[in-house]
Design a protein around this ligand. Structure first.
Ligand code: MG
Length: 164
């Protein structure tokens, strides 16, 4: 079964909402971006596209396109899920958020449940790590996320077909 990998990183700046997995987390800075800068959803979208062999988030939703300016990244996930749905179902998704602050752990379960509902599988895992004070994430200048997704090709078996 195909596996895809996604990564995203955004600079943290004052005056932006800290959006992660579609939830707003109280913090005095937020990710700079053309969209809402949600690194978790961007990484998951890229992992899904990677597994399906369908390009990447930047090509689908270019930051030169005013349609995506300030948009909630749920829109990207919904669009990609709709594109994949006829051919693929999500087996599981695992993400690791990289953030020195704010603490992600207390929000991880809510993010996981929200993501699971949108991905159509309970097999979603959300983890978070600091960078031990190292690099731009460690300095609180950026937030990042890694994601892995596994897909399964839909078959006609449930409809009585023999396609495997
Ligand atoms: Mg991004």
């Amino acid at each position: 079964m195909p596996v895809g990998f996604g990564f995203d990183l955004h600079r943290l700046v004052p005056g932006r909402r800290f959006m992660l997995g579609g939830l707003e987390i109280p913090f005095d800075k937020g990710p700079l971006g053309h969209s809402d800068g949600d690194v978790l959803l961007h990484a998951v979208v890229d992992a899904l596209l990677g597994a399906a062999g369908r390009g990447d988030i930047g090509r689908r939703f270019p930051d030169s396109d005013p349609r995506w300016k300030g948009v909630a990244s749920d829109v990207f996930l919904e669009s990609v899920m709709a594109d994949l749905a006829p051919d693929w179902e999500v087996v599981n998704v695992d993400v690791t958020v990289l953030a020195e602050q704010p603490k992600i752990g207390p929000h991880a379960d809510r993010i996981r449940e929200r993501l699971a509902a949108r991905l159509g599988t309970p097999a979603v895992n959300v983890k978070a790590k600091t960078m031990e004070g190292l690099g731009p994430v460690g300095a609180g200048e950026a937030v990042g996320c890694y994601a892995v997704a596994e897909l399964r090709r839909r078959t006609l078996a449930h409809a009585g077909g023999s396609l495997a």
